[in-house]
Design a protein around this ligand. Structure first.
Ligand code: ADP
Ligand code: MG
Length: 243
């Protein structure tokens, strides 16, 4: 992925009313690297991701793509550069799989119908679901639906991909296929931030693992440093609970 970018969060603060949720988040993801964000529920992981594509605006601090702040960019243009995949796949139930993908291609990338369909089919093929183009989402397994959601995001040619617990809603036997697709994407050089409870994935795929606790990245480093030589007692306690 030749046009992927680096991503940095610098001292990002965000409050919901009086509830301070992000308290100075720093995170660096090199161009083409994968960062996995781990940490307890409520620590601010989803909020952090949402500041990157400006579904939420930080109160203080900065978000940089290739060293340039995104905070003054047009949010729609930014969301084209930054793809996001959620725990709930958010596919439109009344549309075919193909149309779920062509919709944004036509509206946002302004492709014509035939070209949009061709791009959509190419991305469905990439996630192994070319045969499902005409199906309704409800007729697919959860794992297949999530792969469609990933294909939909990739069809926009993003420079960064964000995954928010993309496998948490899946039946256990469907998790592997989605993780394998994410690992492929990482290996192909997509810049990715992956919020996950899948410690095996973090250990094997991440370049950086960031541990979030109470609104800050408390410790970050290569998987070996995090999983075998954690410094912070809170991280050690978290790992003892999840591993
Ligand atoms: P995580 O993804 O790590 O579980 P979140 O980022 O979802 O954590 O949430 C962090 C904190 O912010 C939680 O206490 C949550 O209740 C709160 N929060 C998240 N979104 C909102 C919102 N839209 N309004 C108010 N509080 C929110
Ligand atoms: Mg979350």
């Amino acid at each position: 992925m030749s046009d992927s970018v680096s991503l940095s969060l610098r001292d990002v603060h965000l409050a919901f009313g009086r509830h301070q949720v992000l308290r100075g988040v720093d995170l660096d993801v090199a161009r083409g690297a994968t960062a996995c964000v781990i940490g307890p529920s409520g620590s601010g992981k989803s909020t952090l991701l949402r500041t990157v594509n400006r579904l939420l605006e930080p109160d203080r601090g900065d978000v940089l793509l290739d060293g340039r702040s995104v905070l003054r960019d047009d949010p729609d243009a930014l969301r084209q550069r930054v793809g996001m995949v959620f725990q709930q796949f958010n596919l439109f139930p009344h549309m075919s799989v193909l149309r779920n993908i062509t919709l944004a291609l036509r509206r946002i990338r302004k492709l014509g119908e035939d070209e949009a369909a061709a791009v959509a089919r190419e991305h469905l093929d990439r996630v192994g679901l070319a045969a499902k183009a005409d199906a309704r989402p409800a007729h697919l397994s959860g794992g297949q639906q999530q792969r469609v959601a990933i294909a939909r995001a990739l069809a926009m040619q993003p420079q960064v991909m964000l995954f928010d617990e993309a496998t948490s809603a899946l039946d256990p036997e469907l998790v592997k296929g989605v993780l394998a697709l994410m690992a492929d994407l990482s290996a192909q050089g997509m810049t990715m931030v992956v919020v996950t409870h899948e410690m095996g994935f973090a250990r094997e795929v991440a370049d950086t693992v960031a541990f979030m606790d109470a609104g800050v990245v408390l410790e970050a480093g290569p998987p070996a440093a995090i999983f075998e030589a954690a410094q912070h007692p809170r991280l050690r306690r978290f790992l003892s609970q999840v591993l």
